[in-house]
Structures are given as C-alpha cells and as structure tokens.
Design a binder for this molecule. Structure first.
Ligand SMILES: NC(=O)c1ccc[n+]([C@@H]2O[C@H](COP(=O)([O-])OP(=O)(O)OC[C@H]3O[C@@H](n4cnc5c(N)ncnc54)[C@H](O)[C@@H]3O)[C@@H](O)[C@H]2O)c1
Ligand SMILES: [Zn+2]
Length: 394
C-alpha cells in the first residue's frame, strides 16, 4: 500500500504553505495581528469536528466555546505549571474561574488521576451539558479526555493543546487514555472533541527540549506526506527554532491537515492510520528499554525515523540522498540523547512485544521517498538490528 498524501490534500493548507513559500513572511513572535482562524475539518458525520488555528485564539476561547455550542457550562482541566503560563492568555471569564488541577507529568497519566478528576467533576456538579476543556500537553489531553469520555458515559470535550506535540498530534484523532503499570496507553477510548483550539502563541513558554520533541513529529508528517513541509523545515529551521509565528502557523496547519486526513479515512486505526507510526517501531523500543526516562517521545521518534530510513536504504527502497537530508534536518534541530550504550538486541526484544504486531506480523512503515511511505510486513529481525546499529546502538 503506497500512500501519497501530499497531492491529495485539500487546496486550503497547501495554499497557505505555498503562499508562505512565495512571500516568506516573517514576523517577530507574538506580533501577529488578529486573524480569522484556519479551520481544518476532521472526521465524518456526527463525529465531525473542527480544528481552529490562529495566533491569540486562546484569548477568544469563551467566544469559540459559545460558537460551538459548548459555552453554557465548562470545567477547565489543566496542571499548575501550565495554568501559570497560560492563564493570562485566556479571556477574563475563563481566567478568573479556578480550574480542576491534575498533577503534571507522564507518570500521572493514570487511573488514580482520572479518579481525582471524577471527584472534581462531581464536586462541580457536572452534568451531560458540562464541557471539559483539556488545557495542556498530551498528558492533560489524554487524561482529561479519558475522564470526559467516561464520566456520565461521556461529556463534551474541547482540546486546547499547549505543547507543539499536542497541537500537531495528540489533540487530533479522538484517542484518549491513561497508562497502566504494565504499559503505556493500555486503558482508553475513542472520544472525539467538539473542537480543537490551537493558539501557537502559547508555545512561547515551552521549554526548548519540549518544543524540539514536537518538531520531530513535524518531521514525521513531512516524511510521510509533504515534501513541501520538508522543504520549509530545511530552509527555515532557524526561524522555526525561534518560534516565528508566521512560520509556525502554516507548519502546524499542514501537520493537522495530514493527520486529519489520515484519521478521517481510518478512525479506528485499522489500516491507513498506521502510516502515522513512521519512526515509532524503533522509537517505542528506545523508550521501553530506557524505562521511558531517557527520551522525550519525539526524540525517540527522531531516532526511530533514522533507523527506518536506514533500513529502507539498505533494502534499496529509499534513495540515500533522502536519508542524508533527513539526517541533516534532524541533526540541525539539536542534540538527541545518546544511544551508544543501548543494545540493539534488547530493543529488538521490546519490538517483539509491540502493539504494531498484528497476528504475528510486524507492520513496519518504510519511507520510499520524500513525502512517501509504504507499510511492509516482511521486515526481518536482522534488518532491524542492522538499522539500529546504523543509528549508533551497540
Ligand atoms: N492521544 C493521542 O493520539 C496521542 C498522540 C501522541 C501522544 N500522546 C500522548 O501525549 C503525551 C505527551 O504529550 P506532551 O509531549 O505534550 O507532554 P506533556 O503533556 O507532559 O507536556 C510536557 C511538559 O510541557 C509543559 N507545558 C505544557 N504546555 C506548556 C506551555 N505552553 N508552556 C510551558 N510549559 C508547558 C507541561 O507542564 C509538561 O511538563 C504522552 O502521554 C503520549 O502518550 C497521545
Ligand atoms: Zn508519536
């Protein structure tokens, strides 16, 4: 199955990226005038929802909630650090109400946290008309989203993602959930939001490493579906790193558009959605063998994409120049954690336990060109080990 996402996408985002391409607009971070949001539709039928993207959009969140029929009653769920950074960007009516706080960090993405959120919802007398506003990164989005999916058999949910990873990935697609001691994301549901409110200005306070972690997922979208996006990354990495809002908006829109298109066609992850796992086979293995402590998820994906590309080159499925371009973009983004001490054999063992193994077959996403991938099921353990050694594992 070959996926050629780029030329199938609607003209809208393409035009945005291209107009950017032509004019190369530059504005210092934070100086963008109020603009109409870019709107990207996700899903079908009753489960259809909009992703809205604009600088300063979070300042109009109350108005946007009302526009989506979700303004009547809402409970904001966030963490103390995120509230600290983002509160002053919210409209006064939302900023003045105490949010329901959950503890910050991946280790709190678990059932006990969801249980505390149920307590908070009971205390606030939430009913089926109460909208849960998940304000934060993927951890808040997944945990608050899971609480929303299960409380009273489902409350309306609005995602307000505040990390780059959440804006391009976790807030889109309707997956919510928490971790189990035996594995990540083992408990969850599909619960699409009413809408997703993306304000790239909130990324100003994001720590560098978190920002970079999201950027590797941006590289992933470029590799699976958008040579144009790849070209922007190659050309404008400095501006992107300084979080130039004129650059970030079209980039985030392009990523959302790609994910929206993939998940709309494959809402329950039966087939095409697998392409989003490019770089994730080795990436997840790296996270597992380091007990989720060494890498930010995106960093592991960065390394995993290099391993997948190396494997593709070894098979002669990918031109070496594409591998070199990928390696260069990734290395220019900044340092990645060391892998030299990690045995490829141990990572292989983790891959054997991966969720991407269906009926005994590993579904491996192989890049075949810029913006083009294919899923194969015949990757051997030897190829995997070789590829992992190419990226420096022992
Ligand atoms: N549901 C999905 O489809 C999906 C997809 C990808 C990832 N995920 C999940 O997402 C999670 C990772 O999300 P993440 O990378 O956003 O991490 P995160 O939610 O832990 O956020 C990272 C850190 O950034 C801080 N932060 C967030 N916004 C900030 C801001 N604007 N300014 C300053 N600091 C800010 C947070 O306090 C946190 O410490 C994982 O649990 C992963 O499983 C889910
Ligand atoms: Zn990922």
């Amino acid at each position: 199955m070959v996926h050629r996402g780029a030329h199938e996408r609607t003209a809208a985002t393409r035009a945005i990226l291209l107009s950017y391409h032509c004019h190369g607009r530059r504005r210092p971070f934070g100086s963008t005038p109020r603009m109409n949001p870019i709107v990207i539709e996700v899903g079908r039928g009753a489960r259809r929802y909009a992703i809205e993207i604009a600088a300063g959009l979070i300042g109009r969140l109350h108005e946007r909630l009302e526009a989506h029929g979700a303004g009547h009653r809402s409970v904001v769920i966030t963490t103390a650090p995120i509230w600290h950074f983002v509160r002053n960007r919210l409209p006064p009516r939302l900023a003045s109400v105490e949010p329901a706080l959950m503890p910050d960090g991946e280790r709190h993405k678990r059932l006990t946290t969801a249980a505390r959120l149920y307590d908070a919802l009971v205390q606030r007398e939430a009913d089926r008309g109460t909208t849960v506003v998940a304000l934060g990164g993927g951890v808040v989005g997944d945990t608050a989203g899971f609480a929303a999916a299960t409380f009273l058999r489902g409350l309306p949910l609005v995602h307000v993602p505040t990390t780059l990873l959440a804006q391009v990935d976790s807030a889109i697609g309707g997956k919510v959930g928490v971790n189990h001691a035996q594995g990540k994301n083992l408990i969850g549901a599909f619960h699409p939001p009413r809408f997703v409110c993306i304000d790239p200005l909130v990324l100003a306070s994001l720590p560098r490493r978190e920002f970079r972690a999201g950027l590797y997922e941006v590289v992933k979208y470029a590799m699976i579906a958008s040579p144009e996006l790849f070209a922007v990354l190659q050309r404008d990495l400095d501006g992107i790193n300084s979080r130039d809002i004129g650059l970030l908006i079209p980039i985030i829109a392009e990523c959302c558009q790609i994910k929206a298109q993939v998940v709309t066609r494959d809402e329950h992850e039966l087939g095409e959605r697998r392409v989003l796992n490019f770089g994730h086979t080795v990436g997840h293995a790296l996270e597992a063998v380091t007990s989720y402590r060494r890498f930010r998820h995106g960093e592991a994906v960065g390394l995993g994409m290099l391993a997948a590309a190396a494997l593709a080159v070894a098979r002669r499925a990918l031109d070496r120049t594409v591998f070199d371009a990928l390696r260069q973009v990734i290395s220019r983004m900044g340092p990645l954690p060391a892998v030299a001490d990690l045995p490829a054999a141990q990572a292989l063992d983790a891959i054997r336990h991966d969720k991407k193994i269906v009926e005994g077959r590993l579904h491996f996403v192989l890049p075949t060109g810029l913006g083009r991938v294919t899923t194969v099921t015949d990757v051997t353990e030897r190829e995997l080990v070789r590829a992992m050694k190419t990226i420096g594992m022992r």
